[in-house]
Design a binder for this molecule. Structure first.
Ligand code: BES
Ligand code: ZN
Length: 462
């Protein structure tokens, strides 16, 4: 086929089946960044992505070693000095797949059922990151050029805090310099209602270690005389928030920037179907701070959650024991203008105060990143809205999301770069859960939307 007779959009459309086959290959690699024993798989996924970028015609593609997982850089910079530069970010690492028994098809054996591709990482974020590689390829294989300069920076640690990229950015400002960052690692409201996310929450993630006796003790001989670290941990956890979801750490809310009336109004008009949203979770009821609307609780209010508790006997039957230690993983989602370091300090101070003297407590920070908000009237947002409208037939709504992408704040701080979060996920993609999936029409529309965005942004003055 002589590709030069095709437009980028029609080329991408003609190659959908091939793109799906490639994505399936990528998804077979279990690149779980939090688990050290998966480091080789993570490296293999990086190498795969670098190869795919080279095949797409992206230049200067290289793997960059870091203290943990490799970064991938690549660019195409021949659009001319007047043309704007877009820095495209994505991540090739994925969340752990457990509990494995709940998957209907194995997490790393991608399976197409109906309109969906099932696999860990299909939506978050391999499928969404791949969208842009294919959009760029569609230009280079047809027109032989792009309407803008592009740079890619793809990381392998997003799901475990993103430290290596965060360290890399301030030292490579020139390499990463751009006019705008473009990221697809969020979702839209429904297949026919696109959305641009203009705010993400930040994170302060703490590990709490409680130790008591020097060994596990018989709970009959010692129970009543020696404190039990699991019980002590439960008391500490119970004092962190009240039953309505208000965090009880003094000063926790001091930095929270209240929503303006305008923003409350914008958010209240989001066409989110709360009943459907609840039904998809399987929970019996909605929950959270009663004085805030759901959309505000998810996007504009901070939270505190226990993600995991480790300790004691969890095998078959009963074992009568006072465990010698107990641990909890606790995350706090932050909003503008809470400072993650200050929140960590307040958390440590409060836990130290409420911990009983009968156990020893140590705390470790596992991840810290501030929240981010972007101006939704800037030219790149206008270009993104036009692109969505052309492909989805409807203009996007603007919303804040509850999740976090640590690098966005680092782009702002070190590179002065604003980000367009142009997502293609859906609320029922089950990211981080069993049976994660990507709605395939959104994969293909994503490629089309990226093609249009590059075109539109090339036309706008940046
Ligand atoms: N894709 C998500 C972020 C996200 C989730 C955006 C939901 C919008 C809606 C991202 O991969 C993610 O899960 N990030 C982690 C970061 C954390 C480990 C610092 C998160 O939010 O838990
Ligand atoms: Zn993600």
């Amino acid at each position: 086929m002589d590709n030069t007779t095709l437009t980028p959009a029609s080329y991408a459309q003609a190659n959908e089946a091939a793109y799906l086959a490639e994505l399936i290959e990528f998804l077979r690699i279990p690149s779980i960044s939090t688990q050290p024993e998966r480091a080789d798989d993570v490296a293999a996924a990086a190498a795969w992505m670098a190869g795919a970028m080279r095949d797409a015609g992206i230049e200067n593609v290289r793997l960059i070693k870091t203290a943990r997982h490799p970064l991938i850089y690549g660019d195409w910079l021949h659009a001319g000095p007047e043309a704007p530069t877009v820095l495209i970010y994505g991540h090739y690492d994925v969340q752990p797949a457990d509990p494995l028994e709940l998957w209907e098809s194995p997490p790393f054996e991608p399976d197409v059922r109906g309109d969906y591709l099932y696999a860990r990482g299909s939506s978050d974020d391999k499928g969404q990151a791949y969208v842009h590689v294919k959009a760029v390829e569609a230009y280079l294989k047809t027109n032989g050029r792009l309407p803008v300069n592009v740079k890619f920076i793809i990381e392998g640690e997003e799901e475990s805090g993103g430290e290596s990229l965060e360290a890399f950015i301030p030292q490579n400002k020139e390499l990463l310099a751009a006019d705008i960052a473009l990221v697809s690692d969020t979702g839209i409201l429904s297949p026919d209602q696109p959305a641009i996310v203009y705010g993400l929450r930040g994170m302060c993630y703490m590990l709490l270690d409680i130790t008591g006796p020097g060994r596990d003790l018989h709970s009959g001989s010692f129970g009543g005389g020696i404190d039990n670290p699991l019980n002590a941990l439960s008391h500490i956890i119970a004092k962190l928030k009240d039953e309505d979801g208000h965090v009880l750490i003094p000063g926790f809310y001091d930095g929270v920037r209240p929503l303006t009336d305008d923003e409350r109004e914008v958010l209240s008009q989001l066409p989110r179907d709360e009943e459907k949203w609840l039904a998809e979770t399987g929970a019996p009821q909605l929950w959270g701070e009663p004085e805030f609307a759901l959309v505000e609780r998810l996007g504009a209010r901070p939270t505190l959650d226990v993600n995991g508790i480790i300790g004691g006997y969890t095998g078959a039957g009963g074992k009568t024991v006072l465990p010698s230690h107990a641990h909890a993983k606790i995350s706090m989602r932050l909003v503008p203008d809470q400072d993650p370091q200050e929140i960590e300090r307040l958390f440590r101070e409060y836990v130290t105060k409420i911990a009983p003297p009968t156990v020893n407590v140590t705390m470790k920070n596992l991840s810290s990143s501030p929240a981010s908000v972007t101006d939704y009237t800037m030219p790149a947002m206008v270009a993104a809205a036009a692109a969505y409208e052309q492909v989805f037939g409807k203009s996007p709504v603007y919303m804040r999301e509850g999740g976090s992408i640590p690098v966005i704040a680092a782009f702002q701080t070190h590179l002065g770069l604003e980000t367009v979060l142009m997502g293609f996920g859906l609320p029922d993609d089950r990211i981080h859960s069993p049976n994660e999936r990507f709605y395939l029409p959104n994969f293909y529309r994503g490629i089309q939307t990226s093609i249009r965005f590059l075109e539109e942004f090339g036309k706008s003055e940046s």
